[in-house]
Design a protein. Structure first.
Length: 84
C-alpha cells in the first residue's frame, strides 16, 4: 500500500474543495490514480474526465499518465497555465 500526498491547484482546488489530501492506495500509475479520483463522481468526474485540460506532476516533475507512483510521492494535479 502506497501513501501519496495529493495537491490541487487553481480551479481544481476550488471545485474539489480541497487544497491537499493524503491517500493510501495500490495504484501503480498516475492514470490509475486519476481513475480512482474520477470514481468519486461529481466535480471529480467532471474535472478529470478525458479531454479536460489538466497536468500531473510527481515530486515536481511533469509526467505522462503512465508514470509510476512511488510510496511517499507528492502528486500535484493542476490546469495548464498560460501567461502573457
Amino acid at each position: 500500500m502506497k501513501t501519496l500526498h495529493l495537491l490541487y491547484f487553481a480551479r481544481l482546488r476550488e471545485r474539489f474543495g480541497l487544497e491537499r489530501e493524503t491517500v493510501r492506495c495500490n495504484d501503480g500509475t498516475a492514470a490509475e490514480l486519476i481513475d480512482r479520483l474520477i470514481a468519486r463522481g461529481g466535480a471529480w468526474r467532471e474535472e478529470l474526465a478525458s479531454g479536460r485540460p489538466f497536468r500531473i506532476a510527481i515530486d515536481h516533475d511533469l509526467v505522462a499518465p503512465d508514470a509510476p507512483l512511488c510510496d511517499g510521492a507528492e502528486v500535484a494535479i493542476f490546469p495548464p497555465v498560460t501567461g502573457g
